[in-house]
Design a protein around this ligand. Structure first.
Ligand SMILES: Nc1ncnc2c1ncn2[C@@H]1O[C@H](COP(=O)(O)OP(=O)(O)OP(=O)(O)O)[C@@H](O)[C@H]1O
Ligand SMILES: CC(C)(CO)[C@@H](O)C(=O)[O-]
Ligand code: BAL
Length: 646
């Protein structure tokens, strides 16, 4: 396709005032004829079989006689054929057989699918044949006229008469785009797929929302869909959001189950969802938004319960798209580790796969030294996201991994129990360590690289240059654990420098840590985006933590007091309470909790971590640390302070 100059026909090529005949006063025919009339042509007659067409002629082409086909063709210098594609060829041939086409007559059709070959019988009789197709959807009312301004029209015609077609389009305000005869079917399929199927998709979303009890589903959807459409046409597939691109197979599985449970009338929705989610997965894989392992997992979930997917279905499609188990190489392969591998080929991960997981997820490359890390990073083109952990991974960590996955081409996870952040008498020795189990979990999330350094590799020598984390490190966690945040920032700065990620993801569970990491990056210009992820909780509200593993069954029950106290404080704020009310509500829960020894409970400014006073308005952070038995747990929630009541 190529855009012609503004006046493609040049002076003199303008068709002049023509008598236009419309065969088929459907939406397109009536609107185009009305537009041609508006720029000075005369509409000499129109065919209109149905009552709707006749009404349209009355409304859009007042005064134009409704005639039979042969009469319209006989009177017209320009015959506009705006009939359904499937009858076009027969109509043109039939009129040729009747000898109705006239030499020099302009015969124009508006089918997207056809070029001018379908008009060959008219051309054989000496007519000038042109194909123009507006890439626009019409309502068949006068509103459509304004839609023609700037509307692209695909124009196909023999070279000598092409300027006539271009000039006609320009006259009615359109933008002619020249399209070869053989490209028209694909062109038209693309438009139909985009525009027509979008209508079906929106209607499906509306019907499904109605099934969820929403009374005005269209109004509810409009802002979201407009934003999605805007993003898609501006930034293409990079604008994609949602569970597929996050690799969130569990959510997709839940969606299929929910949609599958809707009545007979909505069975089309689950089928379409499945097809489009599959296509979305494959595209996300191809464009690097999704790694192979989560893609394979999604395709597995999408295949489950799908009667249409047999052998050669999703799994084959996944491998055709580049997914599935297979070797990955590092630039400097060779050194094997005790868990995972640094070898050339990444074998399937060990351990029993959970429901919905691919049978053979790829193991991440596990590196233990700077040299191995450098080689492995060199084999990961594109952007990378880092998740730092101390191992003993749980779903809270995996939420960070998924967020990382959605934000970069590759994910690096560090696992290291950093001695510098533990004080004397803390649980450095006892902290749970199980690298094999961690690597197996990360394999299922499509993590590319795991950095698990030894103490010697992390700190080859006692670090002499230390980081002073500033005042935020002197309160709450920092007051109870002196030196803790200096140790945290030391290892965070080190790992950021070693991995050089584009994005690093931290949990809001360690809110003070997250704030200090942001400050570190800002103050030292480390040039990495820091992303926070909300706290992941067990079903009963307990914040997930590796240290929960220390709790006995009784302590596990008692530990619930932390999240309950925070929720009580949050609710007091939401009910209009001030800082003192919030603290009182939380204290009441903790005060009556057995076996819970509170270290601190504080309502603080989320940036400075200094206590909020009674008049404070806006977001506050309610943070707690407590011992349950010998286990020290922390948790926090955001509280919305509405200010003193009038
Ligand atoms: N429940 C959770 N929700 C969201 N993020 C979490 C959660 N638990 C931990 N994280 C985040 O995971 C990262 C690694 O934390 P870490 O390995 O210390 O896990 P942890 O479970 O908090 O362990 P512990 O509290 O026992 O030290 C941190 O950024 C932390 O904030
Ligand atoms: C960020 C971190 C991995 C540094 O050791 C640790 O403090 C943690 O797990 O939150
Ligand atoms: N989750 C923060 C690390 C620590 O408690 O040492």
């Amino acid at each position: 396709m190529s855009f012609p100059p503004t006046d493609p026909a040049g002076p003199g090529a303008r068709p002049g005032r023509l008598g236009v005949g419309v065969v088929g006063a459907g939406r397109v025919g009536a609107v185009l004829a009305s537009a041609l009339r508006g720029v000075g042509h005369a509409v000499v007659g129109a065919t209109a079989v149905s009552a709707e067409s006749r009404d349209r002629v009355d409304a859009l082409l007042p005064g134009v006689p409704v005639l039979g086909i042969e009469e319209v063709v006989e009177r017209a210098e320009l015959v506009l054929l705006t009939v359904p594609d499937d009858v076009l060829a027969e109509l043109v041939r039939g009129l040729a057989d009747l000898g109705r086409w006239q030499p020099g007559q302009l015969v124009v059709h508006t089918s997207g699918r056809y070029g001018t070959e379908v008009l060959a019988p008219a051309r054989a009789a000496g007519a000038i044949t042109l194909a123009i197709h507006p890439a626009m959807t019409f309502t068949g009312t006068s509103l459509d006229i304004s839609r023609l301004t700037g509307c692209p029209f695909a124009v196909t015609a023999a070279a000598p008469v092409l300027p006539i077609a271009q000039a006609l389009v320009v006259e009615i305000g359109g933008e002619p785009v020249v399209l070869a005869e053989e490209d028209r079917p694909v062109y038209h399929a693309a438009l139909a797929h985009g525009a027509n199927h979008l209508v079906t998709l929106v209607a499906q979303a509306e019907r499904t929302l109605a099934a969820a009890g929403l009374t005005e589903p269209g109004a509810y959807l409009a802002p979201l869909l407009s934003a999605a459409l805007d993003g898609a046409v501006r930034s293409g597939e990079q604008s994609l959001t949602g569970p597929v691109v996050r690799g969130d197979a569990g959510t997709v599985e839940a969606h299929l189950a929910a949609l599958g449970g809707l009545g007979e009338e909505l069975t089309d929705v689950v089928d379409t969802y499945r097809h489009l989610a599959r296509a979305t997965t494959r595209r996300a894989l191809t464009t690097g938004r999704l790694a192979e392992a989560p893609a394979a997992r999604l395709l597995d979930v999408l295949a489950a319960g799908d009667s249409e997917s047999g052998p050669g279905g999703p799994a084959a499609a996944a491998s055709a798209a580049g997914a599935g188990a297979g070797p990955r190489t590092t630039a400097e392969p060779g050194t094997t580790a005790s868990a995972g591998t640094t070898a050339e080929a990444r074998p399937p991960a060990a351990g029993a796969p959970a429901v919905g997981a691919p049978a053979t997820p790829l193991e991440p490359v596990v590196v233990r030294s700077r040299t191995e890390l450098r080689a492995a990073l060199a084999a990961l083109p594109g952007t990378r996201a880092l998740v730092m952990t101390m191992g003993a991974l749980h779903d809270g960590h995996l939420a960070l991994v998924r967020e990382a996955r959605a934000r970069a081409s590759h994910v690096v996870v560090s696992i290291y129990v950093n001695p510098l952040q533990f004080g004397p008498g803390e649980d450095f020795e006892a902290y749970p360590r199980d690298l094999d189990a961690d690597v197996a979990l990360l394999a299922r999330e499509g993590v590319d690289l795991v950095l698990a350094p030894s103490d010697e590799e992390a700190y080859p020598a006692e670090p002499l240059v230390r980081i002073d984390p500033g005042p935020v490190a002197g309160v709450l966690e920092g007051r109870t654990r002196p030196g803790h945040f200096a140790g945290v920032l030391q290892i965070v700065a080190k790992v950021l420098n070693l991995v050089r990620p584009d994005v690093a993801v931290f949990g809001e569970k360690d809110a003070q840590q997250l704030a200090l990491v942001r400050t570190l990056v800002r103050d030292l210009d480390l040039g990495v985006e820091i992303v926070g992820v909300p706290i992941r909780r067990e079903e009963d509200g307990l914040a997930m933590s590796s240290r929960n593993a220390y709790l006995s069954a009784q302590e596990r029950r008692r530990a619930l007091a932390l999240s309950r106290a925070l929720a009580a404080g949050r609710d007091a704020g939401a009910a209009g309470g001030g800082a003192a009310d919030v603290l009182r509500a939380a204290e009441a829960v903790l005060g009556s909790a057995e076996g819970v020894e509170v270290d601190y409970l504080a309502l603080v400014d989320p940036d400075t971590f200094l206590p909020l006073d009674e008049g404070a308005v806006g977001a506050g952070l309610l943070a707690v640390a407590a011992r349950v038995g010998t286990t020290r747990l922390i948790d926090n929630m955001t509280v919305d302070l509405r200010g003193p009541r009038p």
